[in-house]
Design a protein around this ligand. Structure first.
Ligand code: F0G
Length: 464
């Protein structure tokens, strides 16, 4: 169906189910034991103990029959696999980037680009931090600087493009430290930690102009670029008649390069890449990829994975697919709102975010309201969600104190093409039940904290 379909029918999944994977509902008793053993951290639960898994949309997508067929034509040569060339062609065609190296997933590309572009002491302004992105920037010696618009930090603010960069903040910061100290400016589309919020094409072009004026590089975390493109088509007047493919290409044309976790938009279970217009950056990336990932024609991936990825790119830009994907997420938000549950608005591309700070307002921030809410939802129904608040934000390198972000959220993330509307209804019922009983919920204390990306492995105990 094209965007211009005059019938305005409601959305439905543009696929039917051919293979199923059974899932099971456990008892409350079983789940209470399981989450206790997991240190009240949903990352430490066994997947077998989960009923509906909304932990992440990363690598959890269902592949199409066409992608599975592609797995059978994997060319597993060490060098020059034909699947690499198919993928390279599609990166050129859909992202418009002439040079490309595959990586095993997104953070490997983040590592490589951070090491190439950052000199210790540099700054990296961007539209809000992402956990792995910022860590690689910091490990390369840079300081991340948040230049997103203020509205992004307010869950209730209905700004249509909460992923936008505040141009004044950006200009002021460049003036303050000098352009030479800026390793690069980056934009993520959509902004994960802000609630899956898009930036507008207008804002992107303005940011590009600022960067050009100061001679500063502009890079793109294009992990969910397609979802951002869908919002541009929906919300930005001038783009209503453009296709997702056209919008994606136009977005990418504004950047010097992109890094991508292919585990999201691109409808596969593993993979990533770095792609750029800059030949010198490409040459350095090609040198680094052989050290950390594998030869530059496989980058830590099997030939069959490269093929699934190449085919995933072709499917991700289809209008019916992207519309059903985003509208399924919206359906969940609309249903939750019927119970007056505080959510991040507008609804994001990959997830609905519960405002844990509001829902559990009686729990102080140092008792981790969002982490607590994740555990409560799991115990109620076996639905697995994820904390995106103080635990994810980590500690301040200088003071050693927790960083307390404005947003203390629980992310209900939707894998692509995996769950049905009925699964969402069950999830909504569970969150509504917890919300009704919220006053009786007590917080958590952290009893183990790893050095890096603590949210993945930290352990907690219930405060009684
Ligand atoms: N950039 C963004 C915007 C991401 O959301 C992620 C991963 C990465 C980079 C890193 O990619 O996982 O392939 O190494 N996000 C996952 C999530 C983990 O659950 O949001 P990766």
């Amino acid at each position: 169906m094209s965007k211009k379909n005059p019938l305005k029918r409601s959305w439905a999944e543009p696929f039917k189910i051919k293979v199923v994977e059974p899932i099971r509902m456990t008892t409350r008793d079983h789940r209470e034991k399981a989450i206790k053993e997991a240190g009240y951290n949903s990352f430490l639960l066994k997947s077998e103990d989960v009923y509906i898994d909304l932990l992440t949309d990363s690598g959890t997508n269902a592949m199409s029959d066409r992608q599975w067929a592609g797995m059978m034509v994997g060319d597993e040569a060490y060098a020059g696999s034909k699947n690499f060339y198919h993928l390279e062609d599609n990166v050129k065609k859909y992202y418009g980037m002439p040079h490309f190296v595959p990586t095993h997933q997104g953070r490997a590309a983040e590592h490589i680009i951070s090491q190439i572009l950052i000199t210790p002491g540099d700054f990296v302004p961007g539209n809000m931090y992402f956990t792995t992105t910022r860590l690689h920037q910091e490990m390369a010696g840079a300081t991340f600087v948040d230049v997103i618009i203020d509205e992004a930090h307010d869950p209730q603010n209905e700004h249509p493009f909460k992923g936008n960069i505040d141009l004044q903040k950006l200009e002021d910061f460049i003036d303050k430290v000098g352009a030479k100290k800026i390793a690069y400016v980056f934009m993520a589309g959509t902004v994960n930690m802000a609630g899956g919020q898009p930036f507008s094409m207008k804002n992107l072009k303005e940011v590009q102009a600022v960067c050009e004026k100061h001679g500063v590089r502009l890079w793109f975390d294009a992990t969910r670029a397609c979802e951002n493109a869908f919002f541009i088509q929906e919300k930005e007047e001038r783009y209503q008649d453009k296709t997702i493919t056209e919008i994606l290409k136009e977005m990418c044309s504004c950047f010097e390069g992109i890094w991508v976790s292919a585990k999201k938009d691109l409808l596969v279970n593993i993979g990533g890449f770095l792609a750029t217009k800059d030949e010198k950056v490409y040459e350095k990336a090609r040198n680094m990829v052989v050290v950390y990932e594998g030869l530059h024609t496989y980058g830590g991936l099997a030939g069959r994975d490269l093929e699934a990825l190449a085919r995933g790119i072709e499917e991700m830009v289809e209008y019916d697919h992207i519309r059903a994907r985003i509208k399924q997420v919206e359906y969940c938000g609309v249903e939750l709102e019927k119970y007056d549950i505080p959510l991040v608005k507008p609804f994001g591309g990959h997830a609905i975010f519960l405002d844990a700070k509001k829902i559990l307002e009686h729990i102080p921030m140092n008792e981790f309201p969002a982490q607590t809410l994740v555990a409560e939802i799991y115990m109620d129904s076996g639905v697995r969600t994820m904390e995106r608040g103080v635990v994810s934000a980590g500690r301040d390198a200088e003071t050693g104190e927790h960083k307390y972000p404005e947003l203390e959220l629980v992310r209900m993330t939707f894998p692509r093409r995996v769950y049905t509307q009925a699964h969402i209804d069950v999830t909504v019922e569970s969150v509504a039940a917890i919300f009704a009983d919220r006053k009786s919920i007590k917080g958590l204390k952290m009893v183990y904290e790893p050095e890096y990306l603590r949210f993945f492995q930290a352990r907690f105990e219930r405060i009684v």
